[in-house]
Structures are given as structure tokens and as C-alpha cells.
Design a protein around this ligand. Structure first.
Ligand code: ADP
Ligand SMILES: N[C@@H](CCOP(=O)(O)O)C(=O)O
Length: 322
């Protein structure tokens, strides 16, 4: 469920009066999502998403996210820019929260992507990276490589409440990833950093929307693809790897953005890092969200199990470094 802040019809009508978007017809809270409060808003002219940013999105980061969306949309990418009000303002305040009126995109997110859908989505990611090449702003990755060890330490031995021995197991894997993590030699650009299937809207095999840019940041470009590979090419439990989907992701991406030999060689360590990143963020939430909270806690072990799939390749990489 993701409507934390209620917006009254009166407040919404007054808010929409600032824009040239017609009159309010209806507004419904959207259940999907976990970070923000989202409403589907219909006016006499069009359909929009109203997002109120809750605590996990810092208001100070919104200008970066909105500038990136505007930049990508300007280059023809299917991303939803914020709609300016009559004064040209993109970021507002509503019910005490930062808020944006966002362009609505059609399509649905797929829960079990086929290889063809994975190919199309990764091809769109490659186009997004090509379009981001001249995006001038920077934002450090708030969930990047440097943050994993401190987050691991903050979770501490409570990790063993999730699964006995998990603290030691993640500690060893983190050591491996830290000793093999690529230095400054891989290209960096603005990346999405969370392009899970629920953040891609599709109609059949066509990508109609890349959404939820609220982890976007400057980081290693191919790390974005590694996150996508870890998120898309496994079953929900993280036990079964779907190689056809994984291969389709790599091929689809390479069709719009060529991968260098170095990027291919570093892929297993980047993907292991991605698995650890989502294991740790989910573990933190798991340990710190009451079981009866409105937000559904996501299973950290589903990402931890994925590490095994990348392990062999990472092991040989560590041996070549030794
Ligand atoms: N621009 C958009 N066009 C259409 N639907 C959207 C758009 N943005 C968000 N949604 C819908 O709202 C849901 C939650 O949005 P999301 O940004 O993923 O929320 P959260 O950041 O809270 O996780 C999405 O799953 C999608 O159904
Ligand atoms: N994709 C992350 C959680 C981030 O949530 P989102 O709804 O903003 O994509 C995960 O699955 O752990």
C-alpha cells in the first residue's frame, strides 16, 4: 500500500488551479509502490500521477531527479517528466509534503518477464544511458558501494535473526566484493539504479515507461545493467536463475549500448554487489519495520540466494586478482 498522506478533494482542486491542466474529475490512491504516496488524477484535459514524497526521498534531491527526467524525455525516452505549473515550477508542496504532478504513461509492469520483454527493457536502458551521456548534473549513489559496509555493520548480528549465520556469510561475500570491485576504469553516467520489473511499464513486448527514478545517481554505467540482471532473471524466491531472460537482457542492452570486454569481465562482481545492496537494504527494513506496518516488507533472502549464481564467476575473478 502506498498512500501515506491523504489529500482532500479541496486541496487537490486548489493545487490543480496552479496548472493549465483542466478541472479535477477524479483522484484515486495507487496501492503499488512503497516509497511515496501516489494518486492517479484525471482532469477534464488529461490523466496524471500526483506524487507526494515521503521521508525516504530527500526534498533536496528532487531537482536532480526532475532535471534528469526532463533531459531523458527531451531525447525521446519513455520517462515521465514533471508537469510545470503556469509559473514554470515543477516541485511544489501539498499537505505538508514536497509534491509533483507527473505525466501519466500507459502500460503495466510485468511480474514474470519473458526473454522478449527483458530484451526490450534492457534495450531501453541502453538508450537511456546513451541519452544520459551529456546530462550535466551529479548525484552520489546514496545506496552505492561505499555505503554497503556501514549498512552491514548497522544491521550487525541481528542479521542472524533473519537466517542463522547470515551475518558471517554476508561479511565474507562483502569482503570478496570489496577486494574485486572495479576502480575508476569503468565508464560512469547517470543511472536508474533500481530498474526492477515493477519500474518498467510495457504493452506486450513494447516498453512504454521507465519510472521511479528516485534512486537515480551517478555511478558505473554497467552496474545499472547488473542491478537489472539480478532483479529480472530469477524467480521470486531467488533460487532459480532464468538464463534465457539473463542472456536477453545482455543482448538487448548491447544492441543499444555496446559493452566492452572489460565491462563484461567485471559483470559478475557488479551483479554480486547489486545482490548484496538489495539484501542489505531489505534486511535493514525487515529488522526495523514492525510486522504489522502498512508497508509490505520485502524478503532479503530472495536477493541473498541470487549471490550463488554469480559466485563461480566472481571466484575466478578473485583468483586472477590474487
Ligand atoms: N508516470 C506514471 N505513469 C503511470 N503509472 C505510474 C507512473 N508513476 C507511477 N505509476 C504507478 O504508480 C505505482 C507506484 O509508483 P512508484 O514510483 O514505483 O512508487 P514508489 O516510489 O512509492 O515505489 C507504479 O507501480 C505504477 O503503477
Ligand atoms: N526495488 C527495491 C525496493 C525499492 O522500491 P521501489 O518500489 O521504489 O522500486 C527492492 O525490491 O528491494
Amino acid at each position: 500500500m502506498a498512500v501515506y498522506t491523504q489529500v482532500s478533494a479541496e486541496a487537490l482542486s486548489a493545487f490543480l488551479d496552479r496548472f493549465d491542466v483542466g478541472e479535477l474529475v477524479s483522484a484515486k490512491g495507487i496501492a503499488e509502490g512503497v516509497e511515496n504516496s501516489n494518486y492517479l488524477v484525471d482532469t477534464t484535459k488529461s490523466r496524471f500521477i500526483l506524487t507526494l514524497y515521503e521521508k525516504r526521498v530527500a526534498a533536496g534531491d528532487l531537482p536532480y531527479f526532475m532535471a534528469l527526467l526532463d533531459h531523458l524525455a527531451g531525447k525521446g525516452l519513455p520517462v515521465p517528466p514533471a508537469v510545470p505549473d503556469r509559473a514554470g515550477t515543477l516541485i511544489h508542496e501539498l499537505e505538508g509534503r514536497p509534491a509533483c504532478l507527473i505525466q501519466f504513461l500507459s502500460g503495466v509492469s510485468v511480474s514474470h518477464p519473458t526473454p522478449a520483454q527483458a530484451h526490450a527493457a534492457a534495450e531501453a536502458m541502453g538508450r537511456m544511458h546513451a541519452a544520459a551521456a551529456d546530462f550535466p548534473l551529479d548525484r552520489p549513489n546514496s545506496m552505492g558501494f561505499d555505503t554497503w559496509l556501514p549498512l552491514f555493520e548497522r544491521c550487525g548480528h541481528s542479521l542472524d535473526e533473519i537466517q542463522p549465520g547470515l551475518y558471517d556469510d554476508i561479511g565474507f561475500a562483502l569482503d570478496d566484493v570489496r577486494s574485486a570491485w572495479p576502480g575508476d576504469y569503468l565508464d560512469r553516467c547517470a543511472i536508474h539504479a533500481d530498474l526492477f520489473p515493477d519500474n518498467v511499464l510495457m504493452l506486450g513486448n513494447r516498453v512504454t515507461g521507465l519510472i521511479d527514478f528516485y534512486f537515480a545517481c551517478t555511478d558505473i554505467r554497467v552496474y545499472d545493467l547488473a542491478v537489472m540482471h539480478a532483479a529480472w532473471s530469477f524467480d521470486a524466491s531467488g533460487r532459480a536463475h532464468d538464463k534465457a531472460v539473463g542472456d536477453a537482457l545482455i543482448q538487448g542492452y548491447a544492441q543499444s549500448f555496446p559493452l566492452s570486454d572489460l565491462e563484461r569481465a567485471e559483470f559478475p562482481v557488479l551483479a554480486t554487489g547489486a545482490c548484496i545492496r538489495f539484501t542489505l537494504s531489505r534486511a535493514w527494513d525487515w529488522l526495523n519495520t514492525p510486522a504489522d506496518a502498512l508497508v509490505t516488507r520485502k524478503d532479503p533472502l530472495a536477493f541473498w540466494r541470487r549471490v550463488k549464481t554469480y559466485d563461480n564467476a566472481l571466484g575466478s575473478r578473485l583468483r586472477t586478482l590474487a
